[in-house]
Design a protein around this ligand. Sequence first.
Ligand SMILES: Cc1cc2nc3c(=O)[nH]c(=O)nc-3n(C[C@H](O)[C@H](O)[C@H](O)COP(=O)(O)OP(=O)(O)OC[C@H]3O[C@@H](n4cnc5c(N)ncnc54)[C@H](O)[C@@H]3O)c2cc1C
Length: 475
Amino acid sequence: MFDIIIIGAGIIGTQMAYTLSLTSLSVLVLEKNAEILNEVSSSNSGIIHTGYDPDEHTLKAKLNVRGAYLYRELCAKLEVPLMECGSMIVAHNEKEIQKLLALKVKADRRSIPCKMLNQNELRLEEPHIADSVIQALLFPTTAAILPWQMGYALIDNACQNGVQLHTSEPVLKVERGSCFTVTTQKQSYQAKMVINCSGLNGDKVARLEDPDYPIHLLYKRGEYQVTDKSDASYINHILFPLPTDHGKGVLAVKTVEGNLLFGPNNHLVDDPYDGSCTIEGLNEIDAKIGEVIKPLPKSRMIRQFAGVRPSSPTNDFIIEDHNHWINVIGIDSPGLASSPAIAEYVYETFVKPVFNPIMIDREVYIHPKPLSEMSIDHRNQLVKKNPSYGQIVCLCEDVSLQEVIDAIHSPAQTKSVKGIKRRTRPGSGRCQGGFCEAKIVELLSKELNIPRQEVLYDNDQTQFLIPMEDLYEKK
Ligand SMILES: Cc1cc2nc3c(=O)[nH]c(=O)nc-3n(C[C@H](O)[C@H](O)[C@H](O)COP(=O)(O)OP(=O)(O)OC[C@H]3O[C@@H](n4cnc5c(N)ncnc54)[C@H](O)[C@@H]3O)c2cc1C
């Protein structure tokens, strides 16, 4: 019997797992995919918004402002890079300037630092801003993270602290008796409390516990274009158009790794797992980004991707207790920025009053620093101790064999090609895996002691090596 089962290992589930791992509670995380952080939490802009945008008196407003504050502490403690690049919202005419001023009043009320910039000031800060921009509102404390870097740091620490993580185990059935019995295709588990952090499946998982659960989530897809890292210095801040009722608009985003993201748009889709990019959507981004910056040539885009937001019909996060079944669902933007505060809120409001657990001072697990960021001297010392640090498997991103092995054997383990890509970057560079993917498959096979054909790309059933005999059979 566990004290708590967490369903879903996205950024909300991993924040929850980490928070609970600092207590005496016994915790199990059940994740349906083979790789964690592989749904909404890996397909977003990575922005730690300051909290100026959400409507007054919403959970979004309260938890975004608190989350942005907590990120500083958390990133420092777990040594996760937080890029404090600041952001600007741009205005093109007098009407938009009035809207910027109204946003400034809202931000001042929430004690969020911001400042109006005139033409000269904003062009000094952003030489490639669109010619049509005439004023901007600067938010110096907007930051960016790599969401999966934070998620892996959280889950590695949680697992080191005793949390159990079971991947490839979708929750299929829930029964409520004197405790909860939660059943996956592999096993049944019992717990005194369940926290439902299942993202795009949030309402469906809620209906496993209460078939009459009335809320139906809406799915809003956002597409992106990604540039190469060579364009990193094209912008200095994250650049937003004015927010509307349809969201924050198409942005130019600086990422921690140096790639730029242009997007996302915002379209309702029926299928929560429809993460496809469309010609129309990408053309829409090309057209809209020109209102913010002077567009880059299309040849600079190395990839496109899309994420789907699990939005609630009330336009606020749904965080509620049904007699020890806690729903944490409808977590669309700014869910990433709010996530440490969401975990804190759930703990303080629902977990602590029931269990009153002991807080435990745990040792922190810090991810090894990438070799590519080390001084030559430091790197040479490592190579001397272990020559596998000198054997490069990914030429684009300068990743060594031993870094991949370390990632596979991290406390939460990594069992997929995509997990390795997210943890250590092979496959993220210009060749997009063309040169290194086969080596990563080989390494996973060797380190996990499984045949190459069983190595997964990310989810179950994503083996990408087909035995020759199967190929001939299919013909
Ligand atoms: C295009 C886009 C841009 C965004 N930009 C930002 C931004 O810049 N800043 C910001 O703050 N927020 C942003 N967001 C919002 C943010 O990404 C989300 O709020 C956050 O990632 C939600 O995390 P989650 O853990 O709830 O969901 P997820 O990451 O989807 O995690 C849910 C997990 O539950 C698992 N699961 C589902 N069903 C089951 C089951 N039956 N059994 C077991 N496991 C299950 C899934 O596999 C998944 O791993 C953006 C979102 C999108 C789509």
